[in-house]
Write a protein that binds this ligand. Structure first.
Ligand code: G16
Length: 549
């Protein structure tokens, strides 16, 4: 028997907000902005106003459990019901990881989904919040669509909602909200089953039992319940080796970003001589990953390359890959694997949404980004736990350490020494001026001799998607050197305060070269050239980045 919440449809007058342009991954703002009257309703109505044919159809809704998640879900459900959706699937407690939403949309053939998360950004009342819309393929809406949302949000004058009561997010089963069914579902089960179809759980279980030491840090974020089910229950990892597994609305006061800075504890554990064989972590919404073997950090770009080289050892990818994709700032390590294996390689702008068409068309099976995201065609989002399982499966199959696998990899393909330097929360106008000045001077850079080599080409990256024929301009400045090194400058599209200047540095060392250098030493010349070419200090007042990953 369904509980039925009677409700009337209301049309509420509103005024437009001028800051609802989605960035790299949806709309991200401070929680306090989302708490302002009409702010969330305006955005959700703008999304629905730009979609056709959803009457009576299903919408998946879930988030990473950060502060305001539950309140926002109630608001979204009412706007969805008032606009005519027939059914909503919501994770128990409002919780669904980003890859789990993607899978649920695909599995249930839903019309689309709404994900609430600001990813790796901090949470809590003073933290960040975010919302994005995913389409029927399970992936983030394309730029064409998000541009439409934004245009609508600039002139919106009213939205529809219900005057009904809230649904009970803690009760599995179906409730009725106005004329919409709301089904509260187990957030973990379907996702865990999908993982079992891709990886050899039997082999991993045996490997774990044989003494392989693994620790996973869920960072008090959404993957806690997924990790308990998959690692502990299904793979036999001791419960004490799954750390920070209870999701908290403020992530325990931490910054749920699985990189060597914010996941320092687990990083240091692995880097100590007698640490676990593999340490891993995932972020706020479960789509990013950190992979660190004993005394061997696997940079995300290298992880993508190593997975491309070894995925055939796992059941889900036993027939090999169709092609691989990487975002432009991601290192060229995977290119070397693609070349050797004769796989097509696609270079896209930053943002998972740009992989969607390539995955749908079957052009690529695997894709990844330097920003700790790796994934495949099993969903249309990057997937943190998938990447960890992939590594576990590869390790179980090769029976070598992470360090041995990486050294072997570099000895075949060469090594792309790589780092990203972030200058966070710089003045937004100054950051724009820096990029503009750099762009103006690009022509005169070519041929210039620098401490890092002679500049071969310098341009602004743009992308033509031959599948939907969209063109995306202004996706970062690339400076390529004759010796194969590269510096890329971009402004982040996910921050909520000021601007973040990202500088990506890469130097290629061939297989017969010195493969065991310290990364910061290997790219030291590029770092100093990156600062002087863009006059970073002069524009931003910063002489050093505040985060290096
Ligand atoms: C999002 C996007 C990624 C992108 C990352 C960083 O990740 O989905 O594709 O690489 O942001 O983007 P930016 O450099 O513009 O800050 P997430 O994990 O934050 O959703």
């Amino acid at each position: 028997m369904k509980a039925c919440l009677m409700a009337n449809v209301l049309t509420i007058s509103t005024s437009a907000f001028d800051d609802q342009k989605p960035g790299t991954s949806g709309l991200r703002k401070k929680v306090t902005r989302f708490q302002e009257d009409h702010y969330l309703e305006n955005f959700v109505q703008s999304v629905f106003a730009c979609l056709d044919g959803f009457a009576g159809k299903t919408l998946v809704v879930g988030g990473d459990g950060r502060f305001h998640n539950d309140v926002a879900i109630q608001t979204i459900l009412k706007v969805a019901a008032a606009n005519g959706f027939g059914r909503a699937l919501v994770g128990l407690g409002g919780i669904l990881s980003t890859p789990a939403v993607s899978h649920l949309i695909r599995k249930t053939e839903s019309f689309g989904g709404i994900i609430l998360s600001a990813s790796h950004n901090p949470g809590g009342p003073d933290g960040d919040f975010g919302i994005k819309y995913n389409t029927a393929n399970g992936g983030p809406a394309t730029e064409v669509l998000t541009d439409r949302f934004y245009e609508y949000s600039r002139t919106i004058t009213s939205y529809k909602t219900l005057d009904g009561l809230d649904v009970d997010l803690e009760q599995l089963g179906t409730q009725r909200l106005g004329s919409m069914d709301v089904e509260i579902v187990d957030p973990v089960e379907d996702y865990a089953e999908l993982m079992e179809t891709l990886f050899d759980f039997g082999a991993i279980r045996t490997f774990v039992k044989s003494g392989f030491k693994f620790k996973f840090d869920a960072m008090h974020a959404v993957t806690g319940p997924y990790a308990k089910e998959i690692f502990t229950k299904r793979l036999g990892v001791p419960a004490s080796d799954v750390l920070n597994a209870s999701p908290k609305s403020d992530f325990g006061g931490g910054h749920p970003d699985p990189n060597p800075i914010h996941a320092q504890k687990i990083f240091d554990m692995a880097m100590s001589g007698d640490g676990p064989d593999l340490c891993a972590a995932s972020d706020g919404d479960g789509d990013r990953n950190l992979i660190v073997g004993r005394k061997c950090f696997v940079a995300p770009s290298d992880s993508l390359a190593a997975i491309a080289a070894n995925a055939h050892l796992t059941p889900g990818y036993g027939n090999g890959l169709k092609g691989v994709g990487r975002s432009m700032p991601t290192s060229g390590a995977v290119d070397k694997v693609a070349e050797a294996k004769g796989l097509p390689l696609y270079e896209t702008p930053t943002g998972w949404k740009f992989f969607g068409n390539l995955l749908d068309s079957g052009d690529i099976t695997l894709c990844g980004e330097e920003s700790a995201g790796t994934g495949s065609d099993h969903v249309r989002e990057k997937d943190g736990l998938w990447a960890v399982l992939m590594w576990l499966n590869i390790l179980a199959a090769r029976k070598q350490s992470v360090a041995e696998i990486m050294m072997d990899h570099w000895s075949i393909y060469g090594r792309n020494y790589y780092a990203r330097h972030d200058y966070e929360e710089v003045d937004a106008a100054a950051a724009k001026e820096l990029m503009a000045a750099l762009e103006t001077g690009l022509g005169s850079l070519v041929g210039q001799e620098t401490a890092a080599g002679i500049v071969k080409t310098a341009d602004v990256f743009s992308y033509y998607d031959s599948i939907d024929e969209s063109f995306t301009d202004n996706q970062g400045i690339r400076i390529l050197f004759e010796n194969g090194s590269r510096i890329v400058y971009r402004l982040s599209g996910t921050g909520t305060v000021g601007a973040t200047l990202r500088v990506y540095l890469e130097r290629y060392e061939p297989a017969e070269g010195d493969l065991a250098q310290d990364t910061s030493e290997a790219i030291a010349d590029l770092v100093s050239v990156s600062k002087s070419l863009a006059s970073i200090d002069r524009f931003t007042g910063r002489s050093e980045p505040n985060v290096i990953t």
